[in-house]
Write a new protein. Structure first.
Length: 178
């Protein structure tokens, strides 16, 4: 019988998030994670064969958490869905900083990951379909929120203005849709 792991996969992911939060994506290595966990590199590689699999696990964790917060309300009208999306974005972004987002950008360089991301966005746009003014406004608001996310990656939120910009998106959405 093999040795029992001394640290769980979830705990390794917690430590990896801390490394990224404090040192950025470049600071996350198998060696750095092993040191933070107080285990050997082999101990980390027991759970994550490579840095790529570790990063994939982090991204999967973040997107699963976001999707769980978003929920699955197929009957929601586009405007209600986008308002909910903005609220979930606000909530989830408290834990996600620009350094983690930059790690996500590196992750998207993988063609398989890019396909998964496109599939996810297709699902979102399916919920925002329709020719009505409300559906159009919802799509534009969604794109604005996603644009803000990308701008955060580039450091626009250094002075804390990002949430105010989300307020602007919600205000315009309310004006257009009533």
């Amino acid at each position: 019988m093999g040795r029992k792991p001394t640290i769980s996969r979830d705990r390794l992911l917690d430590l990896a998030e801390e490394i990224v939060r404090h040192g950025g994506g470049a600071a996350l290595t198998i060696g750095a994670l092993a040191q933070a966990a107080g285990i050997s590199k082999g101990g980390v590689q027991y759970s994550f064969a490579s840095k790529d699999t570790l990063v994939r696990a982090l991204i999967d964790r973040w997107t699963s958490q976001f999707d769980a917060l978003l929920g699955d309300e197929p009957g929601a009208d586009p405007v209600s869905f986008v308002r909910h999306y903005i609220a979930v974005t606000r909530q989830s972004q408290q834990a996600m900083n620009a350094k983690m987002a930059a790690l996500m950008v590196n992750y998207l360089e993988d063609p398989a990951t890019l396909r998964e991301t496109r599939y996810w966005y297709h699902g979102i746009f399916a919920r925002l379909g329709g020719p009505s003014l409300e559906a159009q406004a919802a799509r534009v608001a969604f794109l604005a929120v996603e644009g803000l996310f990308l701008m955060r990656i580039n450091g626009i939120d250094e002075d804390g203005t990002w949430t105010g910009m989300l307020d602007d998106v919600e205000a315009i959405l309310s004006r257009v849709t009533g």
